[in-house]
Design a protein around this ligand. Structure first.
Ligand SMILES: O=C(O)CCC(=O)C(=O)O
Ligand SMILES: [Fe+2]
Length: 314
């Protein structure tokens, strides 16, 4: 296991697919399957595999297993821990230094760090070229910024949160061409209950249909549109309303049809080095970390040139 961090249920590392039920890490839920032909070394053509494209289009996200090679992931994680050490005296090897059930952000310390340099012109750039078009997206000024590490220690049982479900991009943008993509790179194994990002799979179709029925003025009001969207169907209304914790796991276990799309909540869990691509109109939410490991992931919103996000609104 990376870094020797205690781990209550060691995953089966002999499983080459890293997928299927075993990767839910004993939570009873499943880590999203990864797509065939999506491994490191297969992106040189600048396009994602057909499977990956299809899953991104249909489900609104795709997990590219082992996208970042282990040595590069280890260097990124080491950079994060070094920054955490310098800024907060938090040591990976000494859990007594970890801020219990709290988060620590390292930003300036990591922006442009050499460990993240490979993202700028490596295979991630090829993938983004393939998805958005060469030269059509705005490269982050420096890869590696705004890393929020969420530490374990929550005493509450894990459940699906009622907030803040949100979109990063605004509701005004045209559905085509693709306005951007959210990239999440797991720098350590993240279980379903280890503060994975939760998404409502296929919600981008529902958002598209919903905003299609609004006037441009209505769409321009992000908060109002978001609130209206999250109330326009009983399942969404229930998801975003507080309720008994043990009633809420059903949002992940059962699907529901909303306007012709089969949606449910999915945890973007996985292994160190996995990369997720998430559609800009997929509704998502952070989740609690009731695991034993700090949550290490790097997220970046990549935008089509000439568009903008409203990532602070939730
Ligand atoms: O950290 C997460 O799990 C999701 C946070 C979020 O909403 C975002 O990165 O846009
Ligand atoms: Fe977000």
């Amino acid at each position: 296991m990376a870094f020797g961090v205690p781990y209550h249920q060691p995953p089966d590392l002999s499983d080459p697919t890293h997928g299927g039920a075993s990767a839910g890490f004993g939570s009873g839920l499943e880590t999203p399957k990864s797509v065939a032909g999506a491994r490191f070394g297969t992106y040189r053509a600048g396009v994602l595999s057909e499977d990956a494209r299809e899953q991104f289009a249909d489900d609104g996200y795709v997990r590219l297993a082992e996208f970042v090679p282990a040595t590069e992931v280890a260097a990124m994680a080491a950079a994060v821990w070094q920054a955490l050490g310098e800024k907060f005296n938090v040591e990976i090897a000494d859990p007594s230094t970890w801020p219990s059930a709290d988060r620590r952000t390292v930003n300036r310390e990591l922006k442009g760090h050499i460990a993240f340099g490979g993202l700028a012109d490596g295979e991630m750039a090829w993938v983004l070229d393939g998805l958005l078009g060469p030269g059509a997206w705005e490269p982050p000024r420096r890869w590696g910024g705004a890393m929020e590490v969420v530490f374990p220690g929550s005493s509450e049982a894990w459940t699906v949160p009622s907030k803040p479900w949100h979109l990063d991009w605004n509701y005004e943008v045209a559905p085509e061409p693709l306005v951007g993509v959210k990239v999440i790179i797991l720098l350590d194994d993240i279980s379903d209950h280890g503060r994975a990002t939760l998404v409502i799979s296929r919600s981008h179709h529902v958002v598209r249909g919903f905003v299609g029925g609004l006037s441009p003025e209505e769409r321009a009001d992000h908060r109002k549109t978001q609130r209206a969207f999250l109330r326009h169907h009983p399942w969404l209304a229930a998801l975003t309303r507080e309720s008994k914790a043990n009633d809420r796991l059903g949002f992940m276990r059962e699907t529901v049809d909303i306007a012709g799309s089969t949606v449910k909540v999915v945890a973007l869990s996985g292994r160190a080095g996995d990369a997720y691509l998430v559609h800009p109109w997929v509704i998502h939410c952070p989740s609690p970390n009731t695991d034993l490991r700090p949550r290490l992931a790097y997220a970046e919103n990549i935008q089509r040139r000439g568009t903008h996000t409203v990532s602070d609104v939730s």
